[in-house]
Design a protein around this ligand. Structure first.
Ligand code: PMP
Length: 373
């Protein structure tokens, strides 16, 4: 018997999240052991937080994993408040920034609501909005700076009566930052929820956090996945004013963090100095990579205030370069299919050694290899 059950109609025009291929597949293509695969496609940190892992290793025997975590995540909450300089009623702790995006969408978006997204940007902002039933309106970023087109966003928002505006600042995958005053105009001049994804905040040091005490319609999304080297631990948080946090808490699941990740997050936030050292190192490497990339004739690299660099290859097919890098065991993000980012790739900044390996192979591919195609 053939059974035809339906799934939600939103999936008729839906592009799900796409990852690059797995490290195992890259290793096979490159004919190297999987440990040699260099993943420069996920904007994570190359630094393993050994000191913090050793600390938690000592604590493990006493962690009460037989119980659910304390629902307020009290220890972690205190640390986040200190770090972000906000009151505890202004924080919602989440399982990574992705759950933050999900909670925001579920709290603010009704079926058929209009949502504005400043594009190109992190694909989960659109995916999460669509899953909540939104009609997504994409407002293109300015060229060539990739800044948010603030005037257009305000105009479109007020004309279309959009309920939510998603911004990402600094933006993934373009790496640029839109000044706080510009974001403030959007918050002031629309009757819309303005959501600012600040996943890469630590690499630029500028934040809209001071706006939350004055404006009820701004929500900030943050994470420990990037600068704090804890992508695998899944810790993020939302910042907003007290009344808005009450609304977001209607949606927050009770137990989305593990006892272990709460502890690890707390340890990390007790050692801000370590994070700052890593960030300093990444920024130094980023500037070096940026200069080297731009010294290659067939490459145009865009300035970045994050831990990655977007670059366009010229006179060579980016898909070929991407594939050739795979064959050397190096994985970067291919953005060639994204509107406005034609023939672009994005590389995460790694350690000096990793960056040198990437730059060496890229240079070889661009100058010698790709020519022969
Ligand atoms: N926001 C942006 C802009 C990101 O780039 C990412 C990760 N790629 C996330 C959110 C998700 O981060 P998390 O690991 O905290 O879920």
């Amino acid at each position: 018997m053939v059974k035809i059950m339906k799934i939600r109609s939103i999936f008729e025009n839906f592009i799900p999240y796409e990852w690059e291929i797995s490290s195992q597949e890259v290793a096979k293509m490159a004919n190297i052991p999987v440990e040699k695969v260099l993943r420069l496609d996920t904007n994570t940190s190359p630094f393993v937080p050994k000191k913090w892992l050793n600390k938690i290793a000592e604590m493990l025997p006493n962690l009460q994993v037989n119980q659910y975590p304390d629902t307020r995540y009290t220890e972690l909450l205190d640390k986040i408040c200190k770090y972000a300089n906000v009151k505890e009623d202004c924080v919602v702790i989440t399982n990574g920034a992705d759950e933050g995006i999900d909670i925001v969408s579920k709290t603010f978006i009704d079926y058929g609501d209009k949502v504005i997204i400043s594009v190109p940007t992190y694909s989960m902002l659109k995916i999460s909005s669509q899953l909540a039933g939104a009609k997504v309106i994409e407002v293109p970023r300015k060229k060539p700076s990739f800044e948010d087109d603030v005037e257009n966003i305000i105009q479109v928002c007020n004309r279309e009566k959009a309920n939510v505006i998603f911004l990402c600042n600094p933006n993934n995958p373009t790496g640029n930052f839109t000044e706080i005053e510009r974001i403030k105009s959007i918050v002031e001049e629309t009757d819309s929820w303005v959501i600012v994804d600040e996943a890469y905040y630590e690499y630029c040091g500028k934040s809209t956090v001071n706006l939350i005490s004055k404006y009820p319609n701004i929500v900030i999304i943050r994470t420990l996945s990037k600068a704090f080297s804890l992508a695998g631990a899944r810790v993020g948080y939302l910042l907003a004013n007290e009344e808005t946090v009450k609304k977001l808490n209607l949606v927050r699941p009770p137990n989305s963090l593990t006892v272990i990740s709460i502890k690890l997050g707390s340890i990390a936030l007790s050692d801000i100095q370590q994070m700052r050292e890593w960030v300093k190192e990444i920024i130094k490497e980023r500037e070096g990579c940026y200069n080297i990339l731009n010294s290659i004739k067939k490459i145009e690299a865009y300035p970045s205030e994050t831990n990655f660099i977007l670059f366009r290859v010229k006179g060579v097919d980016a898909n070929v370069v991407h594939k050739k890098l795979f064959s050397k065991g190096i994985c970067v993000r291919n953005l060639s299919d994204v509107k406005g980012l034609e023939n672009c790739l994005r590389v995460t900044i790694g350690t000096r050694e990793q960056n040198e390996r990437f730059l060496h192979e890229l240079n070889y591919i661009i100058e010698k290899d790709a020519k022969s195609r």
